[in-house]
Unconditional design. Structure first.
Length: 133
């Protein structure tokens, strides 16, 4: 069975929580995103499924992840999402700062990645040992 993409009850709860967290009202939100108060009220009371454009408008207004708003178990704020490109950039910085690669602009080899993994494993072991002490 496929995971639900949209959870109407959770969407309604999260919408109400967002409005409260931002000291907003259904009326002021409706005016700022161009939806009727009645429509937003139906969404907030789980009486109607939100249209994708409404989800996007609400998410944009509050700076949140629209997929989270729809009920998925993902990061609430988009800036907390690390992309593969972000991760690759951070990992390359780690390899450079630990001396595994000599030049930041040099290509990363499989051997470099293996060395980086060894360093990370050692750090994890050190953390585990210090936590147990």
């Amino acid at each position: 069975m496929k995971d639900k993409v949209y959870d109407q009850q959770l969407f309604a709860k999260r919408l109400k929580d967002l409005i409260e967290e931002n000291k907003d009202t259904l009326l002021s939100l409706s005016q700022s995103i161009g939806l009727s108060h009645a429509t937003l009220s139906r969404y907030a009371n789980a009486k109607s499924h939100a249209k994708i454009l409404a989800v996007k408008a609400i998410a944009d207004k509050y700076g949140i992840n629209p997929v989270w708003l729809m009920g998925a178990d993902v990061e609430k704020y988009i800036e907390n999402i690390v992309t593969d490109k972000d991760f690759a950039q951070r990992y390359k910085e780690f390899l450079f700062e630990t001396g595994i690669i000599e030049k930041f602009d040099s290509p990363v080899t499989n051997k470099d990645l293996e060395e980086g993994s060894k360093v990370i494993k050692k750090l994890i072991n050190i953390y585990k040992i210090s936590k147990d002490v």
